[in-house]
Design a protein around this ligand. Sequence first.
Ligand code: MN
Length: 728
Amino acid sequence: MTNQKFKKKLDDLLLICQKNLPKTDESLIRRAFEFGFNAHRHDIRASGEPFFDHPYEVAKIVAKEIPLDDVSVAAALMHDVAEDTEYTVNDIRAEFGDDVADIVDGATKISDIFKSHEVTQAENYRKLLLSMVDDVRVMLVKFADRLHNMRTLEYLSSEKQKRLAKETLEIYAPFAHRFGLANIKWELEDLAFKYLNREAYDAIARDLKSRRREREHYIRKFAQPIEKRLREVGYKFEISGRPKHLYSIYNKMVKRNKPLEEIYDLFAVRLILDTEDNNDCFAVYGIVADTYIPNPERFKNYISVPKKNGYQSIHTTVVGPEGRMVEVQIRTRGMHEVAERGVAAHWMYKENVAIDEELHNWVTWVREIFETAAEGQAPAQQLMESFKLNLYQDEIYLFTPKGDLKILPKGSTPVDFGYEIHSKVGDHCIAAKVNGRIVPLDTLLRSGDQVEILTSKSQTPNPDWEKFVITHKAKSHIRRWIREEQRKAADSGKEIWEKRVKKAKISINNDDLAKFLTDRKIDNTTAFFIGIKEGKIDPDEIITTIIDDQRHPHPVMPDEGRLTGLFNKFLTSARDVAGGGIVLEGRQDRYMHNYAKCCQPIPGDDVVGFVTTGEGIKIHRRSCKNIQLMMQVENNRIVDVQWPSNNGVMFVAGVRISGDDRPGMLNDITQAISSYVNTNIRSVNIDSSSGMFEGTFILNVQNTDHLNKVLERIRRIKGIKRSERFEE
Ligand code: MN
């Protein structure tokens, strides 16, 4: 045993720790080194080197390239002990305590997962995530482990090389990216690429090498005038050509279908400022833009708006010497640390902050998803697919209840999802369940969500949806529906109007009507006809007014006065016939009327009418608080009204339901409602929290009898706590 050699190695490692880590517990590193060395003393690597070389190199990566903390370095030195030697995690726990032991345990479990050939790859992925969420340091040690294994991959069989390279490209590199470990990500990708596509790798590497001098020369030429000015102002900085990554060049070639030369065409320069003041970056940008003409479309300010993984920098593209485009990145030293080392840099700078909040949220979300998946709700294979892709893109990956994958843009809601499945599903959606829970229709969906859309034949698109949907498909369907509805309403409004005009045996030409509309500030005839159809405009009243105008033109009469006059006439006439109460007969009766939104009366309710200006008689329930107030203030405008005998007209009623939020609940409710003769659901609004839900359903019913029967049916459903008419 070459003790002398390893003594030197330990000193080297301690030096690296002291240089790179915020603090170093020397005795901890020393003991871990000895423990690891001793445990592996009989083992040999495929390369023929002592096995301990591997954990030692991993520890160096953890100390220098990520860099983490002394606890992680200690864990790295022993990360293969439990897997490959007679010692167990418990031995480590007894000797080093929980922190170190838990990291070793996590790293060992991940290795176990990949060794077993029985579990699917997707399952591996899931477990990798699950093990990661306990302590983010497990993942970081694992990245270092994988990096060293990839660096020494040449000694393994070609079959093993391919398998590890693929796994690295599919799983470790995207994760390193999400953690903001840019350098490790690039290296993992390039190494994997080398073993997966040797020919392409060699070709690009050769080409890069042959152009290196030319590139370096050009970048020096480009940098000179900038360096001069920065020195004049007194900045401390570092300016360099940005390293090129083979795999990303290869990807660009494939994606853009372009030859090597064109991909190289863009030079890239990085300017790192030794300053604490972010504003210096903008000042330096000013100097760069003053030296070379910038392309304003290629300016990105990631300083004010950092990327999701914490990346900050200014990116700009300028026209350099010989008219060649040069991309310039400007950042402070601190930003550079985060860019290269991501979460590990946060770790270093914020002591006692184990995980920054955003990563924490992400981790929590991942855990939630996988807990649901563990209950057998989402297919693991597709879940994996979605994560693989989502780590790079602004799209989200969703699943139907049957497990089909749907890809939607970030920010999509259940309504977008509904339209993505089919326009009919979108048009008729009344509610949604995400991962088995009822959610409002405007909920933001997230990757991995399993989404179930509940539909009702009677539901139609709600114009409000347009405010929150983001897909083109959903927007255009909703708009088309609104336009179509308006056209239909205008058509039937026009029909009503023409019948009334004919019945009044008068002639109203277009000019008369146009003049009237202008006076009333109505935009156009379409709006006018829709108003008639919706009962907001009474055709008879307008005919009277127009006839009045024709007989007694009064050009200077102000709008207000005429309306008041009209109103008084209307009121008197309404009170005259109101002896026994006005009988409401739908649209055919003499008096324009409509139903108050505040109390939404339906036949069977005790009602009264209130004579309004311009909207005819408004019908309220006698119990309505609003009408009770008005009765006190303007009792003279109250008229008695009576419901007609049942004529099949449908009324709108709101009901409020609450109960247990159990699987199938919403379905049971919609079933109970819609299976009752002639009951339609207009809309549903549901909130659920801690196992309970509360919802408002808007229904079409004939009268109070009808409504009460429906409420009774709902009450009989298992788990319903309350089912009653909506009262203010
Ligand atoms: Mn290892």
